[in-house]
Design a protein around this ligand. Structure first.
Ligand SMILES: *Cc1c(COP(=O)(O)O)cnc(C)c1O
Length: 450
């Protein structure tokens, strides 16, 4: 067995430049890709078919020596920076001390400290609790378990374009069939879908009107007395970086509070400084009953959390929540270091600066090219939606061509959206302005030739 070892250090020590020394993918990546095809099922896809040996700042270094600009952060995970030195040091220290006990068997302080940090940082100054898990989907499932146990009700509402994960319950909660659900049913019951506020595509409904439309449907088709929870991404991620109209989230929150329905904010993608606030709910002053976090929480280590009202989390009987690895000590150490950077490293402000650069560039591209129908998002979570200028219909083929052209030039961008016609930008907050601008210039050229 051959394993390519890192040929350079990662983290900020990695030279911050885009440099292609082979085509993408290069010969060494192609070799590993062939092994991947023989060893890994095709259901596990790779967006940019290169294999990485080091990463940091705003770049990914591949096995062929190509240095790519990272505008995806491994889907909003390495927000604090890839191999961020403080995170790496915390991981090394903890790994040398102990790697696992199972928190449900014998405890350790790191788990408690992460819970305290999340209780302090999550919106609202009420008493809170936090339980830790491994993945975003697992945390979403547990938020639903908690809401059902606390309310004694079973129905859950999720929204059009929602993405909540790939496990059975979260597939049911996720809207898009292909590739997430198709062929994988039957799905969990008592999941209902409500219309989202999607300003670019819902005929200009304002936030209050869109909320009334959703609430009427919920009241008529489910009934508040059967509803345990409303689950919503404050800005939808996989669904297309859809920012609901102002007032939509506060109106849903008010209705949920008045009806004893648990409001669960899925901030797995939006959390931890990404949107220019510690959590996206803060932009509209919404205080969710439960908030689900993962992705950016631990600088790349698998960790997720449900944080929220103490009375809700404590409604679950002892032993009702947990898992073998949930709150692994190395992941907790990484999270404490990452959270310290989010709080004290100026990263919320940095996300806003990055957002201003992204917006400025993308708005200019839109002004020059009517195939960009919409530019939206907040902070370092911005997207462009591609359309047929004549009809306004989604143009997924164009988004795919632009993304492929950017990849070939060494810029990692991701597509998303129910219609597949959105390119999203999720740079690590450790990227420098020059590299970010260079990456966006490559995308602009890609659009011009697509
Ligand atoms: C990625 C994501 C999830 C699922 O997280 P996993 O760690 O992949 O299970 C859930 N909700 C949102 C909003 C996400 O972006």
């Amino acid at each position: 067995m051959t394993i390519t070892s890192p040929s350079a250090v990662g983290g900020p020590a990695l030279p911050q430049r885009r440099e292609l020394v082979t085509e993408i993918p290069g010969p060494r990546s192609r070799e590993i890709l062939a092994r991947k095809s023989a060893a890994v099922p095709r259901g596990v896809g790779i967006t940019v078919p290169v294999f990485v040996v080091a990463a940091g700042g705003g770049v990914l270094l591949d096995v062929d020596g190509n240095s790519l600009i990272d505008l995806g952060s491994g889907i909003a995970v390495t927000t604090v920076g890839n191999a961020a030195p403080e995170v790496v040091a915390a991981i090394v220290d903890q790994a040398q001390a102990f790697t696992h006990t199972c928190f449900m068997i014998t405890g350790y302080e790191g788990y408690v400290a992460v819970a305290e940090a999340l209780n302090r940082l999550a919106p609202g100054d009420h008493e809170k609790r936090t339980a830790l898990f491994n993945s975003g989907a697992e945390a979403v499932e547990n938020a639903v378990k908690i809401a059902r146990a606390a309310t004694g009700r079973s129905a859950v509402v999720a929204f059009d374009h929602a993405y909540h994960g790939r496990t059975n319950l979260t597939m049911a909660l996720t809207a898009k069939a292909m590739p997430y659900k198709s062929g994988f049913g039957p799905f969990a019951s008592e999941v209902y879908r409500a219309p989202m506020s999607y300003p670019f595509r819902d005929g200009g409904l304002d936030g209050a009107e869109a909320a009334r439309r959703a609430i009427t449907q919920i009241e008529k088709q489910i009934g508040a007395q059967s509803l345990a929870a409303i689950l919503i991404e404050p800005i939808q991620g996989e669904g297309g970086f859809i920012v609901p109209a102002d007032g939509f989230l506060p109106a849903l929150a008010a209705w949920a509070a008045a009806n004893g329905v648990v409001l669960i904010a899925d901030e797995v993608q939006t959390g931890f400084a990404r949107t220019g606030a510690m959590f996206a709910c803060e932009h509209e002053g919404v205080v969710p009953d439960l908030i689900v976090t993962a992705k950016g929480i631990a600088g790349g280590l698998p960790l997720s959390a449900v944080t929220g009202r103490a009375d809700l989390l404590d409604a679950v009987h002892p032993g009702g929540l947990g898992g073998t690895y949930g709150g692994n000590p190395i992941a907790c150490a990484a999270a404490l270091a990452a959270i310290d950077r989010y709080e004290h490293g100026g990263l919320v402000e940095r996300a806003r600066e990055i957002g201003a650069i992204l917006r400025g560039r993308l708005d200019a591209m839109r002004a020059a090219d009517p195939r960009i129908g919409d530019v939206r998002g907040r902070g370092a979570m911005i997207a462009a939606e591609f359309v047929d200028p004549a009809s306004g219909e989604p143009d997924a083929a164009l988004a795919a061509r632009v993304a492929a052209a950017a990849h070939a030039e060494g810029v990692v961008v991701l597509t998303c959206g129910t219609f597949g016609n959105v390119i999203r930008f999720l740079p690590p907050l450790s990227i420098g302005d020059e590299l970010l601008v260079e990456g966006l210039d490559v995308v602009r050229s890609a659009l011009e030739t697509s």
